[in-house]
Design a binder for this molecule. Structure first.
Ligand SMILES: CC(C)(COP(=O)(O)OP(=O)(O)OC[C@H]1O[C@@H](n2cnc3c(N)ncnc32)[C@H](O)[C@@H]1OP(=O)(O)O)[C@@H](O)C(=O)NCCC(=O)NCCS
Length: 170
């Protein structure tokens, strides 16, 4: 099976924080950051397999520090692990105070994408080769995260079977 280096999928994006992007605390709206994360992660996943991908899940988005209008928000994403048809992508969010230059990790996230063929059926993906210390650490710890996802997916399906679908106003 084909292999790709983690670096081949790496993407970066830097943005300012403008008034329409903030919440009532005058910090970057969480939903806006989540959209940035899904966007950049889907590019990394697509660069890895060079096919269409869909987001299967987002493990969590851990908001570690608020991002303010005086900050630049930078995202980095790369593929950390692959299953048969699934691709795990890590996203690191760095905020930089543009006046002081201080940088902090503002958020991190792992997302899973599935590669699809033209009939929208999952299709095998190339495996990934980690090189840097960060890439190797994330690669080595990935099977644990994949197992947690497998359990959570089963629970989500059972929970969905239990939920009603009729809107309460009907
Ligand atoms: C993701 C999706 C394509 C999986 O299809 P499926 O028929 O259930 O496929 P499978 O059960 O064979 O799973 C395919 C792979 O996806 C992985 N997968 C499926 N759901 C997952 C989830 N919730 N989290 C993590 N991995 C998941 C499986 O582990 C499997 O990985 P592997 O091949 O590497 O072992 C399908 O559930 C889907 O289309 N979901 C909606 C996606 C979407 O609309 N995303 C946009 C969000 S708005």
């Amino acid at each position: 099976m084909e292999k790709r280096y983690a670096r081949e999928s790496r993407c970066y994006k830097t943005s300012r924080v403008f008034p329409p992007d903030v919440n009532n605390h005058n910090t970057l709206f969480g939903g806006k950051l989540m959209a940035y994360i899904d966007d950049i992660a889907s590019i990394a996943a697509t660069k890895h397999c060079r096919r269409s991908v869909v987001t299967a899940s987002t493990d969590s988005v851990d908001f570690l520090h608020p991002i303010r209008p005086t900050d630049a928000v930078s995202l980095e994403s790369f593929v950390t692990w692959t299953g048969k048809t699934s691709i795990e992508v890590f996203v690191k969010v760095i905020k930089e105070d543009l006046l002081s230059g201080e940088r902090k990790i503002a958020a991190t996230s792992f997302l899973t994408f599935v590669s699809l063929n033209d009939n929208r059926t999952p299709i095998p993906v190339p495996s990934v080769v980690p090189e840097t210390e960060e890439e190797m650490k994330l690669y080595e710890t990935a099977s644990r995260r994949a197992e947690a996802r497998r359990v959570r997916r089963k629970e989500s399906r059972e929970f969905a079977d239990f939920l009603i679908v009729n809107p309460p106003w009907e």
